[in-house]
Design a protein around this ligand. Sequence first.
Ligand SMILES: *[C@@H]1O[C@H](CO)[C@@H](O)[C@H](O)[C@H]1NC(C)=O
Ligand SMILES: *[C@@H]1O[C@H](CO)[C@@H](O)[C@H](O)[C@H]1NC(C)=O
Length: 400
Amino acid sequence: MAMFNNNWTGFLSFFVFLLLAVPSDAFPKRKGNGNNAATGNTGAAKGNGAAKGAAAGAATGAAAAGGISLATDGSTILDKTVTINGLEIRYKISAPADQFTAESGVTGAAATAGANGTAGLNVLLHGDGGQSFFDFPNQDVQNNLMGVVVLAPDPNLFWGGGSGLDRTDGVAHSAAVNTLIQQQLSQDVAFDPANVFFTGVSGGSLMLSGFFVPAFGAQYQTGVELNCGALSPQVPVVDAATMIANTKIHFQSTQDELALLQDAIPQAVAAYEKLATGAGLDAATIGTLQTVDNTPNGGGHCGFDGKGFVSGVQLMATNYANVMGDNASGDIAGIGNVLTVSFNLRTLICTITNFRKERGWKRECSILKCNLNQGRTRYNIFLIYAMMIKLLFLLVYLAF
Ligand SMILES: *[C@@H]1O[C@H](CO)[C@@H](O)[C@H](O)[C@H]1NC(C)=O
Ligand SMILES: *[C@@H]1O[C@H](CO)[C@@H](O)[C@H](O)[C@H]1NC(C)=O
């Protein structure tokens, strides 16, 4: 009888353990091949490919600088170059024709220069080489936001200049972008200056998170989608409490990002979370304002659709409202829900290592190239408890 009871307890424990263990393996939305180094290399190779493609695009695009064309949703695209603080800034605006000012030269323009409009802006900063400036993936008016893309004033078309994670002109480039928005754009198009959102792609994300948001985020108090790149603030954060409490930040990356980003993005996630805790925000608020996803796999750097750079960036741009909108669902066809945690074993492992790191122990997460969801406190606590319960049941099972 005692034997039977023991077996029964053991069986029950094992059954409950299995139940709890199931989400670890059932929830990953993408199957990894289990070889981080290999996928990392693939990602890097694809990144290089994208950079080469972008360089070619730059030459084509430069030749076609200026002018007025039609956007995919029937809006009008104005392509213009101005000089700001001695920097040549080329930009494109996509908006309904009547929202342009008479000075813009757009047929059907009906707005007065300097007057506010009703729609906001989604300002996109491209990655190294400028691919997304030429593609203009955010050209459809969406979520009451008109698309703007700006070309980096840099010989290599790197936002923030420099190279890699060292963006030596980040301060100057960010100031130019801010001046463009504050002083130039209202001469071209009527928009709501209280509703200006941002999108970064790779190098553009480095500049936004490293320089622009710290310097100017408190002025905008909207949202920033950081695709496939992020840096911890590289400059003092102006009015940090206001910025962090009123800025929605989504970090989107893939599991096979470029090697240098695998380290930089989690650091940026942690730095922004620290700003929020420093400003006294509670975990639930931070979890709403700052979200992280890196479930896409197999598409390399920025390959959010599991396929490649251009289509991956387009997928995120098309779904901007689903991520940054007022009541964003987070659902992106082809990725899943990017605003909720993906509950996989790698997250668990890294949650534990991140937990240790926070207590001053050896940092291990970047070595494991872990899931970026490690950054979210509420998830961390939940996952640590889940792990503890699992271990408890495993011990009970083994004891019998
Ligand atoms: C335009 O909108 C901004 C922000 O809402 C506001 O501060 C400003 O007064 C408005 N300007 C005009 C001319 O209405
Ligand atoms: C979001 O939800 C709130 C509260 O339910 C609602 O008042 C608001 O209109 C919604 N916004 C959008 C853009 O749907």
